[in-house]
Design a protein around this ligand. Structure first.
Ligand SMILES: Nc1ncnc2c1ncn2[C@@H]1O[C@H](COP(=O)(O)OP(=O)(O)OP(=O)(O)O)[C@@H](O)[C@H]1O
Ligand SMILES: [Mg+2]
Length: 346
């Protein structure tokens, strides 16, 4: 019998998250979830000892949530892969397309093409050959040594990957889905160490970007400005955030320059997308990742961008036990990637 369970595993640099869904039910039913602090430096390290600690943390987490099986779906971090939508291809056969993608990848992948795995998704393809026919594809190039590292950690954790995809593909599935009528959406994924962006239109990703400013930078800035220990700084961040009317605006002043880095990049991504796709203007921004919970962030971004901004709720489309409600709401944006992975179809 085909497995009736899907397990999404998101190995973040701050938190490792797991979500178990039953695929027997429609909508899919949430069976369990959990998170554990990632050992430092975590999966970014190349040392076997560090990777072993990550594997042990994953093992503990799987035991704690009583994971019903060993097969998992995992995500690669956006900051370590290369993605691009290629617009300017003519009508091509499958073979020609694979070749064309290889050539195109040589332009945007800053390492030898033999050292990456290339995957692609067709976004648009004219039905037949003609002077105006064209092909648009979304290409993902994943460095083989990074994929191998993930496989190694999973094997150390005694798990079997049934699929590997990118974080933003997973988040897009959880937060926008494949509904062709949902408005063009910008996902801003504010993680611990990076912030990733994806423009999603008609269920397809049209643009992605990653910058190395994340929620840890906020904590560091607070610690430095007020001479706090990191634990205390983290607490202040979570309680007061960028609420201008708190602590006489002192925290706001410290955090604003960092949040503004994300704001500027958000504007750049929207502009780059709308130049290429003027008929698909971004209508809303969905904030996800742990940083999305920064008090005051939704309002600050909405006022600055003049767009609808909302905090991600990956649980929305799932059936779940009402007793879990409070637990789910508190951590919603942290689980978007894991939910998206567990929602994968094949
Ligand atoms: N209320 C809050 N306000 C601001 N930041 C928060 C809040 N709650 C959690 N965070 C931050 O969110 C981060 C964890 O989020 P998340 O799980 O999305 O990161 P991650 O996936 O481990 O990181 P990465 O994606 O960079 O590997 C931590 O840095 C934490 O400080
Ligand atoms: Mg993350």
């Amino acid at each position: 019998m085909a497995a009736q369970i899907k397990i999404g595993l998101d190995i973040g640099l701050a938190l490792i998250k797991v979500v178990v869904l039953s695929t027997k039910d429609t909508p899919r039913r949430l069976l369990s979830l959990g998170q554990i602090a990632s050992p430092q430096p975590g999966i970014i390290s190349d040392s076997d000892l560090d990777l072993e600690s990550v594997a042990n943390a994953i093992k503990n987490l799987m035991t704690e949530i009583k994971a019903p099986e060993k097969q998992v779906i995992v995500a690669l971090p956006e900051s370590k892969i290369f993605t691009r939508v290629i617009y300017d291809l003519p009508f091509l056969t499958n073979e020609e397309l694979a070749q064309a993608i290889k050539y195109a990848a040589e332009e945007f992948v800053p390492m030898p093409i033999t050292q990456v795995n290339l995957n692609y998704q067709v976004i648009f393809r004219s039905k037949e050959k003609g002077p105006k026919s064209r092909t648009v594809v979304f290409v993902v190039a994943s460095p083989k040594n990074m994929v191998n590292k993930y496989l190694k950690v999973l094997s150390m954790a005694d798990l079997k990957p049934i699929a590997i995809e990118t974080e933003l593909i997973a988040s897009a599935r959880a937060l926008v889905g494949s509904n062709p009528f949902s408005p063009t959406t910008l996902i801003v994924q504010f993680g611990a160490t990076t912030t990733d962006f994806a423009v999603v239109s008609e269920g397809l990703i049209l643009l992605t970007r990653s910058i190395s400013t994340g929620a840890v930078a906020l904590t560091r800035a607070i610690a430095q400005a007020f001479n706090f220990e990191l634990i205390q700084a983290e607490e202040y961040k979570k309680v007061y955030g960028i609420l201008e009317d708190q602590l006489e605006g002192k925290l706001f002043q410290v955090l604003k320059p960092i949040v503004d880095v994300i704001l500027s990049e958000t504007r750049r991504v929207i502009q780059a997308h709308e130049t290429q796709n003027p008929q698909r203007a971004v209508k809303r921004v969905v904030l996800t990742g742990g940083g999305a919970k920064l008090p005051g962030l939704v309002v600050y971004l909405a006022n600055s961008l003049g767009l609808e901004v909302q905090e991600a709720d990956p649980w929305e489309g799932l059936s779940k036990d009402p007793a879990l409600k409070n637990k789910l709401v508190a951590d919603a944006p942290v689980y978007s990637v894991a939910v998206g992975l567990a929602l994968r179809e094949d």
